[in-house]
Write a protein that binds this ligand. Structure first.
Ligand SMILES: *Cc1c(COP(=O)(O)O)cnc(C)c1O
Length: 386
């Protein structure tokens, strides 16, 4: 499917049409190929550590006076977040397409690390584009990528952050399309990426469904996840799409507050536009220039969002809310102290929203929150936050 309602599509230069079509064809064949799926499943289990637990957070539930909160523990996957689900899948595709080199963009470095990891595993050359500002801010992940054998290329154009890194990766892809595969890190970009990355991340929701039925013998009332580009959330939501009693809540980065203009809440505050090859809600000015974004969580700091989320928003299938930097930091401490789990600051946004809905719940509700990653990468930010 190229479109989700009016959203999605392929708004790309003609020089990329061949590569994108080749990718779409190969993905469609691979996804139906039992051998490919078995291979993927093998690496997800034996290498990435799946299935990840669905953990009943009893202390947090009691603390918030919510009947039952379950955490889907993507923080326990190899490299510390859900990103590995996607990069293993895409690297297997790159191998099928006989590509010798992969490129990726990265903001905080999580997707870069997951790509460099899978590239090391499957023996492909790996170049990662990263905004120069982010290279400075995220030295530890730069080192991790380099130790994994990848080359990190600092991007000095624009705001020198994630969106500029994507521009540069797309430029590289246009030039080297014959031997290079572009590993996109979320459910954004031109078709087939939003569908493909969603399918790779759907393992989160498929496992959750199996696990909650076994534990509770019923489906959850709410699924809650943070939304940057939207891959961990759509991965959790999508397998429940037809289960209409299950409510979806996506939590965006409210930064310093929506009124301040310093946030990354594309669904709450954006308008329909085109960014990085796809039509979706975008933070742009009235001339269509992309806005600077802000979030304390580096992985949420992106001015666009996956087109399928825009469709969920307009059709009312999901509700999208925002929480501020301060609320996310509060949730970081709350989860750390109540459960002994340091969450990624991205995931802390989803946790923070629990506090806000606690008083609205009527019956003994079951809530699943996607704990998209672990917080070790964010200790410096938390320590310095005031
Ligand atoms: C990258 C990242 C996110 C945001 O990306 P999505 O595509 O919205 O999932 C969220 N949590 C963690 C831990 C991340 O690394």
């Amino acid at each position: 499917m190229r479109y989700f309602g009016q959203f999605g599509g392929q708004f790309i230069p003609e020089t990329l049409v061949y590569a994108v079509n080749e990718l779409e064809r190969e993905f469609n064949v691979a996804w139906k190929d039992k051998k490919f799926r078995k291979h993927l499943d093998y690496y997800l289990r034996q290498y990435a550590g799946r299935p990840t637990p669905l953990y009943y957070a009893e202390n947090l539930s009691k603390y918030l006076n919510i009947s039952k909160i379950y955490l889907k523990r993507e923080d326990l996957a190899h490299t510390g977040s859900h990103k590995i689900n996607n990069t293993i899948g895409q690297l297997l595709l790159a191998k099928r397409l006989n590509k010798k080199r992969v490129i990726a963009e990265t903001g905080a470095g999580q997707h870069g690390v997951a790509t460099a990891t899978a590239a090391a595993l499957f023996g492909l050359k790996c170049d990662v584009y990263m905004g120069a500002v982010d290279v400075e801010r995220q030295q530890q992940n730069v080192s991790r990528m380099e130790l994994l054998g990848a080359r990190v290329i600092p991007v000095k154009s624009g705001s020198q952050t994630l969106k500029d890194a994507i521009n540069e990766a797309l430029r590289d892809w246009v030039t080297n399309v014959h031997d290079t595969y572009y590993v996109l890190g979320s459910v954004v970009g031109p078709h087939p990426y939003p569908t493909m990355v969603r399918n790779f991340q759907s393992v989160i929701g498929l496992e959750t469904k199996r696990q909650i039925l076994k534990l509770e013998n019923c489906l959850p009332d709410y699924l809650i996840a943070c939304v940057g580009g939207g891959s961990n959330s759509i991965g959790l939501f999508h397998p429940f799409y037809n289960n209409r009693t299950v409510k979806f809540i996506g939590v965006e980065a409210g930064g310093l507050g929506l009124a301040s203009g310093k946030h990354s809440a594309s669904l709450a505050e954006g308008t329909v536009g085109i960014l990085h090859g796809t039509k979706s809600y975008v933070l742009q000015n009235k001339d269509g220039q992309i806005c600077e974004t802000h979030s304390v969580a580096p992985g949420l700091d992106y001015p666009g969002v996956g087109p399928e989320h825009s469709f969920y928003k307009d059709s009312g299938r999901a509700e999208y809310v925002a929480v501020t930097d301060r609320e996310a930091i509060g949730a970081f401490h709350m989860l750390s102290e109540s459960e002994g789990i340091l969450p990624a600051l991205e995931s802390a946004h989803a946790i923070a929203y629990l506090k806000k809905i606690a008083h609205k719940l009527k019956k003994p509700d079951i809530i699943v929150v996607c704990l998209s990653g672990r917080g070790d990468k964010d200790l410096e930010i938390v320590r310095k936050f005031r």
